[in-house]
Design a binder for this molecule. Structure first.
Ligand SMILES: [Zn+2]
Length: 281
């Protein structure tokens, strides 16, 4: 056999073998280089006091009176029936599409808590008030958010307490995250307003569902801090109606898309459409 024929056969054999090699692990390794670590694919998941929507959890609703607004019993009932419960029902329906059963256990704190100042109606505009939890804990007779969390976990017999603070005035709801630098922020919470700016009731409970998803790891798609401009474009293409766009729309028009489901642990494999470099730029 001629030398050139031998080389040709060797090349053919090599090409044939290459067809059967799975290059995906190599590709993932490359991805993890620009992501630094694999967990970066859902960096808010499983950190902080709220880490898993499916396990041993109680939503604890605390009505807050501040120096601009107060709650009465009727308004409290309306908030629970028209906003909180529909938002939980919405999340339950959405999670069932992923074959996931959520923990929907909730309890309403018997006393209203007080905040000495005015709770800002927009955390984005004026900066979040990190002392909210400290003041709430103190007004309910606890020494600190930590003591309140430890004691409520025992009392409610759960591993996680998701704090939902409700204020009876107009505002834009938000969630405060865990960070490793400030211990008081370890105890995550949402602040909800009885009337959402620019929302009707049905859009308002989509806001509550949106913030609850944040508590457990979901990330915004509307890119409020300009971190992921490319992701916003891709998300518009793949998840145009995702609840994490935070748009003012009827809850019946929004859904929990694959990446949001992944970021809160409803699925455990990074969706293919997000497994591209643009998603992380
Ligand atoms: Zn958001």
């Amino acid at each position: 056999m001629k030398r050139s024929t031998k080389i040709f056969i060797i090349i053919l054999v090599v090409l044939f073998i290459l067809c059967f090699i799975d290059f995906r692990p190599w590709f993932y390794k490359k991805q993890s280089e620009y992501l630094n670590q694999v967990d970066e694919t859902r960096k808010e998941y499983k950190i902080g006091s709220c880490y898993n929507m499916q396990e041993d959890l109680c939503y604890y609703i605390i009505f807050i009176d501040d120096n601009e607004s107060k709650w009465n019993d009727e308004d409290k009932s309306l908030f629970i029936e028209k906003k909180f419960i529909p938002s939980m029902n919405y999340l339950t329906t959405q999670s069932s599409a992923y074959n996931v059963t959520l923990e929907t256990n909730y309890k309403v704190c018997e006393k209203s808590a007080t905040y000495e100042d005015a709770i800002e109606s927009e955390a984005v505009e004026h900066g979040a008030q990190y002392d909210i939890f400290t003041q709430i804990a103190s007004s309910l007779g606890y020494e600190s958010p930590k003591e309140m969390n430890d004691s409520l976990k025992k009392e409610l017999d759960v591993k996680q307490v998701a704090y939902l603070f409700a204020v009876n005035k107009e505002g834009r709801s938000y969630k405060l995250s865990h960070t490793q630098t400030a211990i008081e922020r370890k105890y995550e919470f949402c602040v909800f307003f009885s009337q959402s700016i620019g929302h009707t009731d049905t859009t308002c409970y989509s806001t509550i569902a949106h913030e609850i998803l944040h508590l457990f790891g979901a990330e915004d798609y509307y890119d409020p801090y300009g971190n992921y401009p490319e992701r916003e474009k891709l998300a518009k293409e793949f998840y145009p109606n995702d609840i994490m766009f935070g748009t003012v729309t009827d809850v019946n028009n929004v859904s929990v898309g694959n990446y949001t489901a992944y970021s809160v642990g409803w699925i455990d494999v990074l969706p293919q459409e997000c497994d591209v470099e643009e998603w992380w730029k």
